[in-house]
Design a protein around this ligand. Sequence first.
Ligand SMILES: [Zn+2]
Length: 264
Amino acid sequence: MTEKIFYHEMSWPEIKSAIEKGKIPILPVGSVEQHGPHLPLITDAFTAFSICVRAAEISGDLLVMPPIYYGYSTHHMDFPGTISIKTLNFMGYIYDVCRSLVHHGFRKIIIFNGHGGNVAPLQIVARRISEETDSLCALISWWNLAREEISKLRESEFPGGMAHSCELETSVMLSLKPEYVRMEKAVKDIGFPKSNFIWLDIMGQSPVYLVEGFSRFSRTGIVGDPTLATAEKGEKILSVVVQNLVRFVAEFKAREVWPRVNHH
Ligand SMILES: [Zn+2]
């Protein structure tokens, strides 16, 4: 019998034995937010969850948790459909999920993020879990696992071509679930003010951090060039992301945790 990969499909004795085996729970976190006229609101949560499932099918050490669908999306609120959770509520909720895992004895936890806006609050949560408990909590945003591959395949301009509902996200979605994508509605939209210091691009942060409501500079909700997206690019990127996630899980599982030393 193949081992179960979904946390929520297990019974408590199965969870107990998974903890004893050192399995690692992975919590997909996404958003429900506008993704332009060509992608659905669920894009980020769906992408993060799908990658976790693929990796768990290969790894044998992962337990995929029920995803957190809602995220921190204030900058998309001018577009209908977006749901945004206030930072403290969002952080508190994810913290409580992770803290419950710690309580049961999981010593290594992964938060797997699919939405740029979640990064800052999730970093704080992951850090708090690692600092305040005996467990380690790693945070991964999926695109960071395939930076080289993405740069190789990228055709859109930098900065701006890969920011939101862009060449990258649309390619990945075309590969994962083409029926979710309306390519005939995809348009290039890189409308933020030209600057040497402030821009939006998932592959390289600008030296100055500034977040504004996307409606100030995007009429479509897109920031990037989804017209360059293809399923082939998406599949290549996804396979590298999944491979690297599986490799990281093996490394993380084996990672030694040395005791802290109080030098006072
Ligand atoms: Zn997205």
